[in-house]
Design a protein around this ligand. Sequence first.
Ligand code: FE2
Ligand code: FE2
Length: 275
Amino acid sequence: MSGQTLAQMAVEVLSTADGREKTALSRRHAATWFASRDAGDPLPIGTALPPLRPARPDRPELLDPRDVPRRRPGSAQGRLAILHAVAHIELNAVDLHWDIIARFGHVPMPIGFYDDWVKSADEESKHFNLICDCLEAHGSHYGALPAHAGMWRAAEDTAQDLMGRLAVVPMVLEARGLDVTPGMIEIFRKAGDTAAIEAMQVIYAEEVHHVAYGSKWFHFLCGRQNTDPTQAFHELVRTYFHGALKPPFNEEKRAEAGIPPDFYWPLADQPSSKA
Ligand SMILES: [Fe+2]
Ligand SMILES: [Fe+2]
């Protein structure tokens, strides 16, 4: 047994810079947590001070999104760029899930809240490894291309607000993943890249649960405070998320994850703006 609290384990992952080392530690800590749960003797949650920003490797170079070079998605270089961008998102997601555990330890939550985010962090770690394997199979690696800076902004903006964090991270950003992943799978299908298709299908299947955990705990907190979830969601997204939500939405998968249309349509770009 590690003798650590769950919050300390979370901070340890957040403080590990190398991607593969971070995900290996994340998976080890998740296994330790669930072993303690299965034994009926869960590790204490504890409190810890997570770093404002997680440790990250020297590479990739982080650029303003406007400065990240665009590549044609139909080309081999374009597909590598997509895989690299997904790896970056997955590594960020590993940190996001451990951060919610460490940062909000002062808010009393049922133990299932921790189960859900530890499981999510474990799955994101697997996703990062799967996508890195794809990059490496093509002679590339995570760090070979520049990546978007500012991925951590949502975490910083909501560092004081658990409901804001749930609204913006799983219920907006991860829900967006459900919208765009089928299109990415199609790109790799056209290229006949079986390993990438399989990795993306694992991601697509598991991300629904992360969105659902967000919705579950958001509704739980609304119930605790006796606030209207739809209205609270709109207010929090307008406060913490910069810009409108982009249709088309994956209404089927969003419904599966417990996000009804009246949550997102009022926050969307108007269809007329596409003209
Ligand atoms: Fe993921
Ligand atoms: Fe996720």
